[in-house]
Every structure is written in structure tokens, then in C-alpha cells.
Design a protein around this ligand. Structure first.
Ligand SMILES: Cc1cc2nc3c(=O)[nH]c(=O)nc-3n(C[C@H](O)[C@H](O)[C@H](O)COP(=O)(O)OP(=O)(O)OC[C@H]3O[C@@H](n4cnc5c(N)ncnc54)[C@H](O)[C@@H]3O)c2cc1C
Length: 452
């Protein structure tokens, strides 16, 4: 029986292991969590969601929705376990993180074709020899442990491949003052008749409160960068204190945006902090977009300035962590095998995508490509018009590697008629709808051929 090693049971590694094992490949899944957690991890179960509990939008006219349609076709374990343990989050697929990870762990551990090795892998070439495997998929993620990181640096890349990201705090729901807060999903009219409670709780601020809050965010003490480099963040996951430093209005146009969050009296607050349920019971809330570099003491002081947070107790506070990724364009082939060792593949965030869903999708992509190769079949490039194809194309062509989420900007432009171009009000929506339809059709015809 053909054997493949997968390093890392995160979002990408779990998908890759499951995909291959379901097709009768013997998988050795090596995961180091039980030996030592990294600074962002809290549990020993697999596929841990280390920051938000959201796998993002389910709408088919969104980038994440597109990915989900394609991942479902590939038999995604992450989406299936996610739906089984979802919590209300409007159009998004958010999950109870502990139950979700426990589910993924249970399914992988009980799979007859998967052998789990609880250890930190160091050298994929030696592991291939040791287990007499045909290939190894490295899916060790943005916080790849030290031994393997050094091996990658020495054997695969001489470039530095690390940068930073930040985690948002979580507050205890019982410690909030609800007289100052209100439930509302952005742009949605709450439907009392149906007894539907919105998924988001909002803390509104007037101009004076907002300005004082931004000033404190700027002045507060921050955790300094480690001994190398400046901080380099995902642009879409910027710490709120960095936004505050960029200008007094920046946060009001991003994570503190009030648009679509009218107060119960119909007026619009000057700014708003959104809270999303961390679990089904709603006993804890995540401060949406409030990743931060502030020291723990300063977080408690400054975040208590948010209306309703005067007596808040935080279940965990925000923090900053290292993230590693490769320059895939120069180091990998289009199937994400290494140019230097063609039986070593990379999957997940380490290839230069960003996000849980994107990383999981890259796990499926690599597993599908490797499976083709193991079957002696032709390994093909995936159409760039599809969600997965455009992400692969992005990491393989971006002149300056910088992890990206899925977004419609990665898809080739859709041709519009003259009338559609002139219709400024609806143009963006029409473009998205057409791009989504094209992606779906393209993936369908490609997969009919590819997976037959
Ligand atoms: C602090 C932080 C916060 C983030 N927040 C978000 C967010 O809110 N939303 C979002 O969509 N994305 C977020 N990301 C981005 C990222 O996409 C996710 O981290 C995602 O989990 C990456 O998936 P992955 O499978 O590539 O890696 P991971 O999910 O990290 O999985 C890698 C696995 O490999 C294991 N491992 C590492 N080294 C070894 C080794 N040598 N041997 C064996 N096992 C090893 C790890 O223990 C881990 O289980 C965040 C990233 C970080 C670092």
C-alpha cells in the first residue's frame, strides 16, 4: 500500500490526510501538539482555530463561499466537522472551536488508513526513508516548530520567511453591562416576529468616547517585537492599535465601522465595537477585529473604556505571534511540490495563503495533486477562474510574496456589457455574481474531467 507522511494536523494537514486516507493511501500523520504547544495554541486536539472561531462567509457570491463549494466537492473534513459544530453567525460559518477540533481529531484518529505519530518532525527526507514513504506533505503552518523551520531554511530556502500576526481578546458575557449594548447584524433588520436574535452584540461609541479610546490605544504600552525584524502583519488582520496609529479615523472605517449598525432608535453611532459569540451558549464574546499588541495590563485598562465593558472580565487577552511562509513562486512547482525535492510538498498557510478556509483548501489541493501523481496520472494546473485555482495562481505568481485571503481581486476580470458597465450602482454586485457563476461552471467542468 502506498504511504504518505503528512506533517501537521492543522487545517491543511487534516484535510490532506483525510483526502488521501479516503482513497486508500496509508497516511503517517505527525503532529507535535501533545509534546509541546506553540504560543498560539491552547488545546491538544487537531485543526485548532487559534484566533476567531469563524470559517467565514457561506454566500456563494463571496470568495469564501466559492471556496466552500469547491471544498465540498473534494469531500472537505473541515467543512463537514464545522457544520456539525456550528454556532449562529449570520451568513458566516462559525463553530464551537473545542467541539470542532475534537470532531476532527476523532475522525482522523479512528481512520483505518491513518497512523498518528505525536512528535515534532524535523527532517522530511529522513522521515520518508524511515517510513519508506513515497512522499511527504509539510503542513506545519505559520508557527512551524524550530527544528523543521531550520531544516526548511537550510534545505529549501535561504530567505527569511517569517512575520507577525495578532490574536483578539475574548470577554466573559456575564460581566458586560447590557443596558449599553444592543444586538444587531450589519445591514439586517432584526425580525422580532420570528423571535430571531441577531448574532452580533454591539457596543456603540459617541465621538467623544471614540476619540478618547483611540488616544489611549495609541499611547498604551505595547509588547515589543522579538529580537529580529519589524512586525509584518496581514493587512486584513491588522491589530487595532496599529489602525489607531495610522490615523484617528482609520478604525472607524474598519473594525469599528458603524455603517449598517443603527441603534434601536434608528440613529447611527459614531463608531461601534462588534462582539461575536464564541460558543453556542453565548457565554463568551470575541471582540471582532480587536487583535492587539497591547500588554495584558494595558488591554484590561483600555478595553474597559468600551461602553458596557466597565466591569468586564477577559477570558483571554490578545497577543502577537510569529508567522512563517515560503516564497512559493521561486521554491515550489505549481502542484506545491518542492523544486529541490519533488517528493516533498507544502500545504496550507506556509505556501503563502492566509486564513483557516484558504489553508484547508490548499490541503485538499495538494492532496488531490499528489494523489494523481501517485496514480501515475497527469497532474494538471487548475483553472484560474475557480476559487482554489486563483489562490494557487496568486501564490505562484505574486512577485512579492505576501499571504492573501481569497477575494474576487484574485480572479481574472469578468467582461461586462456596456449597460452593465454604465450601471454604477449595481456594477460591483453584477461583477461578483458573474465571477461566481463562472467559477462554479469552470470548477464543475474541470472536476468532471479531473476526478473521473
Ligand atoms: C496567531 C494567529 C492568528 C490567526 N488568526 C486567524 C484568524 O482569526 N482567522 C483566520 O482565518 N486565520 C487566522 N490565522 C491564519 C492561519 O491561516 C491559520 O493559522 C491556519 O490555522 C493555518 O492553517 P495551517 O494548516 O497552514 O496551519 P495550522 O493550522 O497552524 O496547523 C499546523 C499544525 O502543524 C503542527 N506543527 C508545527 N510544526 C510541526 C512539526 N515540526 N512537527 C509536527 N507538527 C508540527 C502544529 O502544531 C499545527 O497543529 C492566524 C494565524 C496565527 C499564527
Amino acid at each position: 500500500m502506498t504511504k504518505v507522511i503528512v506533517i501537521g494536523a492543522g487545517l491543511a494537514g487534516s484535510e490532506a490526510a483525510n483526502y488521501l486516507a479516503n482513497r486508500n493511501i496509508q497516511v503517517i500523520l505527525i503532529e507535535g501538539k501533545k509534546v509541546k504547544l506553540n504560543p498560539a495554541q491552547k488545546i491538544t486536539d487537531y485543526a485548532e482555530l487559534v484566533c476567531t472561531n469563524s470559517l467565514k462567509s457561506t454566500r456563494e457570491d463571496s470568495g469564501h463561499g466559492l471556496l466552500k463549494v469547491e471544498m465540498d466537492k473534494l469531500g472537505s473534513l473541515i467543512l463537514d466537522a464545522g457544520r456539525q459544530h456550528s454556532v449562529p453567525a449570520g451568513d458566516a460559518l462559525a463553530v464551537n472551536r473545542e467541539d470542532f477540533s475534537a470532531e476532527v481529531t476523532k475522525r482522523l484518529s479512528s481512520h483505518e488508513n491513518i497512523t498518528i505519530v505525536e512528535d515534532h518532525a524535523v527532517n522530511p527526507n529522513e522521515l520518508i526513508k524511515k517510513y519508506e514513504a513515497s512522499a511527504c506533505i509539510v503542513a506545519s503552518g505559520p508557527l512551524t516548530s524550530e527544528g523543521l523551520s531550520n531544516w526548511i531554511l537550510e534545505e529549501i530556502s535561504n530567505d527569511d520567511f517569517y512575520f507577525y500576526d495578532a490574536i483578539a481578546p475574548v470577554v466573559d458575557a456575564d460581566t458586560l453591562d447590557y443596558t449599553k449594548l444592543y444586538y444587531k447584524d450589519r445591514h439586517k433588520v432584526p425580525s422580532e416576529e420570528e423571535g430571531v436574535e441577531a448574532d452580533y452584540l454591539n457596543a456603540p461609541m459617541n465621538e467623544e468616547q471614540y476619540n478618547a479610546f483611540i488616544k489611549e490605544l495609541v499611547d498604551a504600552k505595547k509588547v515589543p517585537a522579538q529580537n529580529f525584524e519589524d512586525y509584518k502583519f496581514f493587512e486584513s488582520c491588522l491589530p487595532v492599535d496599529i489602525m489607531a496609529e495610522r490615523g484617528p479615523e482609520t478604525a472607524r472605517f474598519s473594525c469599528m465601522k458603524p455603517i449598517g449598525l443603527e441603534l434601536p432608535d434608528g440613529t447611527l453611532p459614531h463608531a461601534c465595537v462588534q462582539l461575536r459569540k464564541e460558543n453556542f451558549l453565548g457565554s463568551a464574546f470575541n471582540l471582532v477585529g480587536f487583535q492587539t499588541r497591547l500588554t495584558y495590563g494595558e488591554q484590561i485598562r483600555v478595553f474597559k473604556m468600551i461602553p458596557g465593558f466597565e466591569d468586564a472580565s477577559f477570558l483571554h487577552l490578545g497577543s502577537v505571534h510569529r508567522n512563517s511562509f515560503l516564497n512559493s513562486r521561486t521554491l515550489l512547482n505549481f502542484d506545491f511540490s518542492s523544486k529541490k525535492f519533488d517528493n516533498i510538498y507544502f500545504a496550507g498557510q506556509i505556501t503563502g495563503v492566509e486564513g483557516y478556509t484558504e489553508s484547508a483548501a490548499m490541503g485538499l489541493y495538494v492532496a488531490a495533486q499528489l494523489y494523481k501523481k501517485l496514480q501515475g496520472e497527469e497532474v494538471l494546473e487548475w483553472p484560474v477562474e475557480t476559487g482554489i485555482g486563483c489562490l494557487v495562481n496568486y501564490v505562484m505568481t505574486a512577485p512579492k510574496p505576501r499571504p492573501s485571503n481569497i477575494n474576487f481581486g484574485l480572479l481574472p476580470p469578468v467582461p461586462l456589457t456596456k449597460e452593465q458597465r454604465r450601471d454604477r450602482r449595481n456594477r460591483k454586485k453584477v461583477k461578483k455574481t458573474l465571477a461566481a457563476q463562472r467559477a462554479k461552471a469552470s470548477f464543475e467542468s474541470f472536476s468532471e474531467e479531473y476526478f473521473k
